[in-house]
Design a protein around this ligand. Sequence first.
Ligand SMILES: Cc1cc2nc3c(=O)[nH]c(=O)nc-3n(C[C@H](O)[C@H](O)[C@H](O)COP(=O)(O)OP(=O)(O)OC[C@H]3O[C@@H](n4cnc5c(N)ncnc54)[C@H](O)[C@@H]3O)c2cc1C
Length: 43
Amino acid sequence: MAKNLVIIGGGAAGPSAAAEAKRNDPSLSITIVEKGKYVSYSA
Ligand SMILES: Cc1cc2nc3c(=O)[nH]c(=O)nc-3n(C[C@H](O)[C@H](O)[C@H](O)COP(=O)(O)OP(=O)(O)OC[C@H]3O[C@@H](n4cnc5c(N)ncnc54)[C@H](O)[C@@H]3O)c2cc1C
């Protein structure tokens, strides 16, 4: 069964963590939850 990863926050650290996790395990299903309107605006 595929693993799920939920990341809270889509600033710089969130998407960076998602990319690293996906590099380590390409089968991961990743969801980023961002409360603001924009994602990765600070990266
Ligand atoms: C005025 C200012 C200028 C800057 N200028 C630069 C610059 O020129 N160059 C540079 O490299 N760095 C700059 N920085 C620093 C850079 O913005 C930060 O280092 C970077 O944004 C940190 O990223 P982060 O992902 O750790 O946190 P954040 O960017 O704060 O991301 C956290 C995210 O989590 C979201 N969030 C919080 N709580 C929740 C919740 N409960 N549910 C869902 N989402 C949530 C927030 O909306 C936010 O988008 C600047 C910072 C400031 C304040």
